[in-house]
Structure formats: structure tokens, C-alpha cells
Design a protein around this ligand. Structure first.
Ligand SMILES: C[S@@+](CC[C@H](N)C(=O)[O-])C[C@H]1O[C@@H](n2cnc3c(N)ncnc32)[C@H](O)[C@@H]1O
Length: 267
């Protein structure tokens, strides 16, 4: 069955990804990393997290893999700018990782499995890629835990449209809570999962969030997909876009999203 990465590779979305850091997005995993480890970042995107992981395990080697060549290219340039020379980036598919069994001491994957039709199959591949005793760290959102104020039927509609699109493309917007079970099924042991909320709770953060959501519903690869599928039209998406703008002007606006992280080991 078809699988498509819903969010695509627009410069706007890529800029959002480039704000991510290992300290923030991989903070849960850093305590398990040691200098000299060989690490894989699967679905590395533009590599903003990967370079921080490379700094942590240096002089150990890090490989970032992504299915999209434009992303590995951006990642390679980012590593060069940061003068990180122990990271390399290769184009590859998570279902068929181009490495020998037992190649890595650590594997990391952030916001990737939520876009895949068969995350269990990919975790089994990762299990094979790890050395015995190796550690895996994964982190994914679970949008079933979203908190939002004030609520609005149009914002609710936008959430439902996005959720339906991710599922249509093969993903699971609520995968977070299942990560511990998936790691167990893939053969990992001593699995520990935690969750935290990331919040949009200051005037500046609310405005930025409103701007991002408003423009993504007004015109974006995501909006185009929804229209092409016949689920909505430009008029409704304009109303949704305006509703997000209005939400951004509310003095008490607030959003919180749950992120679930999990670590496990290969016996
Ligand atoms: C939401 S982005 C996350 C990027 C990065 N991990 C981060 O958190 O900034 C998801 C990434 O997964 C990649 N991806 C999707 N399907 C993939 C697959 N089958 N194999 C490898 N990468 C994949 C996409 O190209 C995209 O760059």
C-alpha cells in the first residue's frame, strides 16, 4: 500500500526542522551516549539534531539516513558549517537500511515512524542494525493528547483534516503511546518510555504557531493534498486559516502537545 511523507519538503517546513537541536529533541537519549559510539540517525531530515548527536559521540562516527536527497544534502552542508567532521549523510530507505547487521552502537529516530505504514517492520530492521548491547532512542508525538484553548469548531476541523491526511498517507498521528509496545514486539528489552508536553504558552510562541498554521492551511503541500482528495476546498481552508490568525490574537491562547520518548536495548 502507498506511503507518503505528509509534510513534504517546503522551505518553510524545512526551516522549522532546522530549529531542532539534540539538546532539546534528543535530550532523553543523550545520557545513554558515549564518546566513540557509532550512531545512526534514521530519517535525519536536514540534520539539525544529527550534528548535535555527532558532537556527543565524537570521535565516534554518525550516519544520518533520509529517503529524500535534498534533506541529506542540507544536512551535509549544516555539518560542514558547524565543523562537525564525524557525521556523514546518505540517502536510504528505513525499510531497507544500507548497512551490515550489527553496524551501530546506538540508533536514534525522531518524528519518522509516525509517517510510516509499517513502523514495526522498520524497528525490526533497526534491531538487526544494532550490535548486541546497543541502545535505541525514539521520540514521536501523540496528537490524541492535544490541549488547546480557546477551542473553535474551525480549529477542530483543521485538526481532523490533518489527522485524516496523515492516516491516508500511511502514518499514525497517535503513535507516541504505542512506542513501548512496538519496541517490545521488535525484540528490544528493558524498554523505558516517558512523555512530556511541549507548550505554546507565550505571546511570541502563540503568534508564531498561529502564523505557521494559518499559512499552512492557506497554501501548502498539505493544503493541496486535502483539496486534491476532495475533502475540502479553498474557501474552507481560507476560513480555517483566518481562524488560526484570530486564535493567535487571543490573549489567553494556549496549545500543548504530548511527545512520547522511549529507549530500549538489544540483548
Ligand atoms: C518530520 S521529518 C523529521 C526529520 C528529523 N528526524 C527531525 O526530527 O528534524 C521526517 C523525515 O523522515 C524522512 N522519511 C520518511 N520516510 C522515510 C523512509 N521510509 N526512510 C527514510 N527516511 C524517511 C522524511 O524524508 C523526513 O525527512
Amino acid at each position: 500500500m502507498k506511503e507518503r511523507y505528509t509534510l513534504g519538503y517546503s522551505s518553510e517546513w524545512t526551516r522549522q526542522l532546522q530549529k531542532r537541536t539534540a539538546a532539546k529533541e534528543a535530550g532523553f537519549f543523550l545520557p545513554y551516549l558515549r564518546s566513540g559510539m557509532r550512531l545512526l540517525d534514521c530519517g535525519c531530515g536536514p540534520g539539525s539534531i544529527t550534528v548535535g548527536l555527532a558532537e556527543t559521540v565524537a570521535p565516534g562516527q554518525v550516519v544520518g539516513v533520509d529517503i529524500e536527497p535534498s534533506q541529506t544534502k542540507l544536512a551535509q552542508s549544516h555539518a560542514a558549517e558547524r565543523r562537525v567532521d564525524n557525521a556523514r549523510f546518505v540517502v536510504g530507505n528505513a525499510y531497507r537500511l544500507p548497512f551490515a547487521e550489527g553496524s551501530f552502537d546506538a540508533i536514534f529516530s525522531h518524528n519518522v515512524l509516525s509517517h510510516l505504514r509499517n513502523p514495526l517492520e522498520v524497528l525490526r530492521v533497526m534491531h538487526r542494525m544494532l550490535k548486541s548491547g546497543g541502545v535505541i532512542g525514539i521520540s514521536h508525538p501523540d496528537f490524541s493528547g492535544q490541549l488547546i484553548s480557546p477551542s473553535d469548531p474551525l480549529l477542530d476541523r483543521s485538526r481532523k483534516l490533518y489527522w485524516r491526511l496523515v492516516e491516508h498517507n500511511g502514518g499514525n498521528p497517535a503513535i507516541g503511546k504505542h512506542q513501548r509496545a512496538l519496541l517490545h514486539e521488535a525484540g528490544f528489552v528493558r524498554i523505558e518510555a516517558t512523555a512530556k508536553y511541549s507548550t505554546v504558552g507565550t505571546q511570541e510562541a502563540v503568534r508564531m504557531q498561529a502564523e505557521t498554521r494559518s499559512s499552512s492551511f492557506a497554501a501548502s503541500n498539505v493544503a493541496e493534498q486535502m483539496i486534491a482528495l476532495g475533502w475540502t476546498d479553498g474557501a474552507e481552508l481560507n476560513q480555517i486559516s483566518a481562524a488560526w490568525e484570530a486564535w493567535g490574537e487571543q490573549p489567553g491562547a494556549f496549545i500543548a502537545n504530548a511527545t512520547v520518548t522511549a529507549v530500549g536495548w538489544k540483548a
